[in-house]
Unconditional design. Structure first.
Length: 532
């Protein structure tokens, strides 16, 4: 089987056209050929509604005309604050057709997280739902550049958009033109916006096809619990599936429940799934899923961390499929993958280089290291899946590259067969329940509380969530530690940043370990937390 992988890798050639538009590709291309073909299967309560490519084109054209009428043009930023629903896809398609840059935002973001992203990106228009409208209304006065907020749940807005023409001529974009900004957490400071070109979709295709053991096949239908505001939901699932004409299941759980997720896959005929590691760990608690549900799963892909042989074995035994792991970052995604159709998985390995991507382990000078020597996982530039840079942050962009390599900041080794083994992160980004969480943003939020003098945030290993956000807090004089203050600090982060970011554990300390220049030594905090 390895021979097949090597043949595909050696014969692979990128075919990136000069002119390319994501919106046209994932919508109009199919709508003009097979208008009745199913694009989205939306499951809400007991109802399942299907949206065809033809309907997707008509509704996105009306919205694109609406955006143009509001003054949105080439390069303008449009925020999309919605979850898994057909309007999310319509908003993206319309934005790309109008030549705008989409800025997807997580529906659970608090006001501070939204303020930073909206102000940093300079969004002119926000497309949202009823819940998002409430969130944005409270901070609207602090967003002077935001000219309009429109809710898909508002009758007036829906009627207004419906009144526009269902024909729209998409802006002629180059493959290298900016298409979307996805914010990613870093070690220090606020989140940075990774700016991607329209070609990023084409760059994702080999990794998606490889991780699903050949994609698409007849009858394929895909779903993920990952929110469509993250790169894992949008570019690992939604856009590649629509590119290939594969139906995408849309359903947002208020809280992920294993049994409900399996029932959803049964009800909607899901054949392919991207399931983050935490979701898989929760599914594992359901006994005999193939006996209790009529599943039609053909492939499962998972990424974000190494799964381990126990979880991979459970997938084979209880779900009847080989779980293919993949690896990437928001800045350069889906560059490593496993593929049971091409080569056997190896315990502890997260895959091999996806055809079209050159991946290596390099030292701090950008020199390729020999097999089994630990270094930085890096990707050779140029690469169509690689980001254009951080939005308005040339310094951070330059710091991501070294001698022609994009350096991920993740440590690993590569053996003589090309398998990459993930060792750990060079930075302090926390991986919790599938989310990448930057400690700096949480520390800043905690420091704004009058009781907090210093704060250090780290991730502590956890069997279910991979890591649990843990905050070490030094109090100001006059304040006392206690359960009430813990709840107050947790609530502050939950409300200001988001429910996925709040510290589930807070440790009050007399001091924090620091360097002579005043930098918090997070590795020592992790050691303290692990020892307790």
């Amino acid at each position: 089987m390895n021979h097949l992988y090597e043949h595909v890798r050696e014969s692979f050639e990128w075919k990136i056209p000069e002119r390319f538009n994501i919106g046209v590709d994932i919508c109009d291309r199919w709508a003009l050929r097979e208008p009745d073909r199913t694009a989205i299967i939306e499951a809400t309560g007991d109802r399942v509604e299907k949206t065809s490519y033809g309907e997707l084109m008509r509704r996105s054209n009306r919205l694109a005309n609406f955006l143009s009428a509001t003054g949105v043009g080439r390069g303008d930023r449009v925020a999309i604050l919605t979850s898994q629903r057909v309007e999310t896809v319509i908003a993206h398609v319309a934005s790309y057709k109008a030549g705008a840059i989409a800025v997807p935002l997580f529906c659970l973001f608090g006001p501070d997280a939204l303020l930073h992203r909206l102000n940093d990106s300079g969004c002119r228009i926000a497309l949202t739902d009823a819940a998002g409208l409430d969130r944005l209304t409270g901070i609207r006065e602090q967003l002077p550049q935001l000219e309009g907020v429109f809710s898909f749940d508002d009758t007036v807005t829906r009627d207004l958009i419906a009144g526009f023409d269902e024909w729209h001529e998409a802006v002629d974009t180059r493959a290298d033109d900016p298409a979307l900004i996805i914010y990613t957490s870093g070690t220090t400071g606020a989140s940075k916006g990774a700016l991607h070109a329209h070609r990023v979709l084409l760059g994702h295709l080999p990794g998606v096809e490889m991780s699903h053991g050949g994609f698409p096949l007849e009858g394929d239908c895909i779903w993920t619990p990952a929110d469509w505001s993250w790169i894992g939901g949008l570019l690992d699932v939604v856009f590649p599936a629509l590119h290939h004409g594969v139906p995408v299941v849309a359903h947002r759980f208020a809280k992920f429940e294993a049994a409900a997720a399996i029932e959803l896959m049964e009800r909607c005929g899901v054949r392919n799934a991207f399931l983050p590691p935490t979701a898989l760990k929760m599914l594992r608690h359901e006994e005999r899923p193939r006996e209790r549900w009529k599943l039609t799963l053909r492939s499962i892909a998972s990424g974000g961390e190494a799964l381990g042989e126990e979880l991979l074995g459970w997938g084979r035994e209880e779900l009847g499929v080989e779980i293919n792991e993949f690896y990437g970052q928001t800045e350069c995604n889906m560059v490593l993958s496993s593929c049971d159709a091409w080569f056997p998985s190896k315990p502890g390995a997260i895959g091999k280089a996806v055809p079209g991507h050159e991946v290596a382990i390099v030292d701090e000078g950008g020199r390729v290291l020999p097999p089994d020597v630990e270094g930085d996982i890096a990707i050779r530039e140029p690469d169509p899946v690689m980001f254009l840079g951080y939005w308005n942050n040339a310094e951070a962009t330059a710091g991501k590259y070294c001698q022609g390599w994009l350096v991920t900041g993740d440590r690993g080794t590569m053996d003589e067969e090309g398998y990459v083994h993930f060792v750990g992160r060079l930075d302090d980004v926390i991986t919790s329940a599938g989310y990448r969480i930057g400690p700096g943003e949480i520390e800043d939020c905690l420091l704004k509380h009058p009781a907090v003098a210093l704060a250090g945030v780290v991730g502590v290993p956890d069997a279910l969530r991979t890591e649990v956000v843990t905050a070490f807090v030094v109090l100001r004089a006059g304040f006392e530690a206690g359960d009430g203050l813990v709840a107050e600090l947790q609530g502050r982060v939950r409300e200001r940043l988001g429910a996925h970011q709040y510290p589930r554990r807070i440790v009050f300390a007399a001091r924090l370990p620091m360097t002579i220049t005043g930098k918090i030594l997070r590795r020592e905090l992790r050691a303290i937390a692990a020892a307790e």
